[in-house]
Write a new protein. Structure first.
Length: 183
């Protein structure tokens, strides 16, 4: 059985190092894991209960919910913006948490990885992402972590998918997600 992992990237920039991390997860996923990057987070309106109405949910939000419902697990790939989670990723979690108690994220295994400019690799944003996803009802894998510091210098000349330490870390996280997804 192939475990389907949906990656949600918190950076909208096409060439971001976090998007490249997600691409590395797609490229190097173990044989029993399939990783797909969800496109379209930029088109999802900010969560507003007034527009979250059955039969009238905005298309991009409905597509996100459908994609997450069809996945076995989620991989959040988060940069760190001003010491915390990017708005686009938080907004996705907000949409996925609804309807309350039965949202698409409920019970879904989640891991968080990322890279950032600073010395800690975005751990504050990753911790906030874990916290938010957990409160939203996800089954957060607290030990499935990969925080890569100094992204600008580390990945200046090397794609994350060509860095053996990064690939090893991604494989460990994906294996943990796969194990949790088949329980």
């Amino acid at each position: 059985m192939t475990v389907r992992v949906l990656a949600l990237v918190g950076s909208l920039r096409a060439g971001s190092h976090n998007r490249q991390l997600a691409e590395a997860a797609v490229k190097h996923a173990p044989e029993h894991v399939s990783v797909e990057i969800h496109a379209g987070l930029a088109e999802i309106p900010f969560y507003n209960e007034d527009i979250d109405v059955a039969g009238a949910v905005p298309g991009p939000a409905a597509a996100l919910r459908e994609a997450v419902a069809g996945a076995d697990a989620l991989l959040f790939v988060s940069p760190e913006y001003n010491g915390t989670i990017p708005a686009v990723l938080k907004n996705a979690i907000d949409w996925l948490s609804r309807p309350y108690g039965t949202g698409a994220i409920t019970g879904k295994p989640v891991a968080v990885i990322g890279t950032a400019l600073g010395s800690y690799g975005g751990v504050w944003a990753q911790d906030e992402t874990r916290k938010s996803a957990g409160i939203a009802g996800a089954a957060v894998l607290e030990q499935a972590r990969l925080a890569l510091p100094r992204s600008l210098t580390r990945f200046a000349d090397t794609h994350p998918g060509d860095d053996s330490e990064v690939v090893t870390g991604i494989l460990q996280v994906l294996d943990q997600l796969a194990a949790k997804s088949t329980v």
